[in-house]
Design a protein around this ligand. Sequence first.
Ligand code: GLN
Length: 607
Amino acid sequence: MKYILVTGGVISGVGKGVISSSFGAILKCCGIEVTMIKIDPYINLDAGTFSPYEHGEVYVLDDGGEVDLDLGNYERFLNVTLHKENNITTGKIYQSVILKERHGDYLGKTVQVVPHITDAIQEWVERVAQKPVSESGRIPEVCIIELGGIVGDIESMAFVEAFRQFQFRVKRENFCVAHVSLVPQPRTTGESKTKPTQSSVRELRGLGLSPDIIVCRSERPIEDNVKAKISNFCHVAPQQIISVPDLNSVYEVPVFMENHGMAEYLSGRLDLGLTPLPPFRKYMTDWIGLGDRIRHLKYDVTVAIVGKYTRLEDSYTSITKALHHAGNKIGYKVNIKFIEASNLENTMLTDDPASYHTSWRELCLSDCVVVPGGFGKRGVEGKIEAVKWCRMNEKPFLGICLGFQAAVIEFARSKLGLEGANSTEVNEETKYPLVIDMPEHNQGNMGGTMRLGKRTTVFKSSAKYCKMRKLYGNKDKIEERHRHRYEVNPEYIEELEKHGMKFVGVDVEEKRMEILELEDHPYFVAVQYHPEYLSRPVIPSPPFMGLILAAKDRLKGYLARGCKLSPREPQSDYYDSEEEAVAWTVNNLTIKGETDDSSAYSSSSQL
Ligand code: GLN
């Protein structure tokens, strides 16, 4: 097993996750099986109890792990399925050590950070690195570990020390360090400043780890003389320094890095046996193509996301990405407008009329609307208002989780005349509890007690011709990831269906509602699960495809053609067929043969 540790310097939030994923994507393109681990040095056991304002959205895995959103980046870039253990937290490590202590495994010894915590970290990494993460079931050959935060944080000290020891445990040829640092370029002088990078590398060295690669993040590319300076002061060769400026899209980063010979360097440093490599155009073709297409999208589609955590866009990362995947595929540049749900509520008309009107204006001007998941009371009435507006104005709508529940509540109020209908999460005393607690919801404990992870949804036989079944390729069953405590109250289903709200997808026991559609609406779809987590750059999630197509009045034709995009329509699909798109992901794992159409990607030479 080969290990690449990715550390951060100066400040966090400079794209360490994307850089780590890009190392993985490059190696995968060379036919290497890659797995990834994210270390979050906080004491929480997992990300499950965080508000999205803490670290952005909580990402959910197949096995129900509630993890950091970086694992979403890894899954999307590498097309892998990770496990909850691929996200390590200080809490998890301490919990495992304390459990062992209670079990008497330390034979009367004092349990300490060094060696017990540091050993536990190393053992965890070695164990999880072996776990297969792709459909091939192969044991990974390379494990990339991203250490959250920056070097020097008190929180991450035990991890840094663990890796200092680890480099000797696994030997030099199996371990290298990539340090992602910020090179500020202040407007006043326009110069690239290397001091912060110098200090953070010094700090890393002081802790016993030497960087093999220094990734310099900056707004604009850094000049050769700046690289030479960093090389001099940080004691690394110039070819070990790579400048990654802000690019047009994150999907351009792997190509950009590979253009600087990353595969060749890693192959030499970790003895991966990859050289001689063909020109990188040959094996990075698909990434080059993806970047090119995104850059050349000509038409726009505006999507409103009516949420309650809109102050931080990272709260909706996977949804935003899923919308872009669908837009890229169909040929539209997706413009997202985040609308604060509570601004749409009637009380705002007097409390803050400017926000009320601005928000309604943005909603009305959008081509389609997503009402995403969420927890608690705040903003629910605003979400219900947005749903109502979409229903009454034939605006394409996709409700997700809480958005699904809001759609049911709104419909019960407006069409069934159940005034005050609500979810018991919002109003425990409601006369009409349309959405209720699920039996598995453990009231005492908040962490890890929801209905989580991958579950099967079955399309009802009575719903053979519904839009969603067609969008999912006419499958009888689908699997998607879940994260919820509440569900639609089965007692109201019959009445809701009678009035035209069709629950076309249910769980395997046919008790729990999973997908709803309105019959006489261009696209009014809501799902109890979270389709955004399984959307991939070239295999977009079907509900999102449906939404964007409906927004541009292209859904009917698409469904009639058996989910094929028409070549006559604007900037049609960049893959000729669904099969080709699937092949992309599969081929993305192996070095592709010679292709003679590399000229098609000439614009990428500017990368
Ligand atoms: N709060 C709702 C529930 O727990 C919705 C959850 C969500 O949107 N993820 O069921």
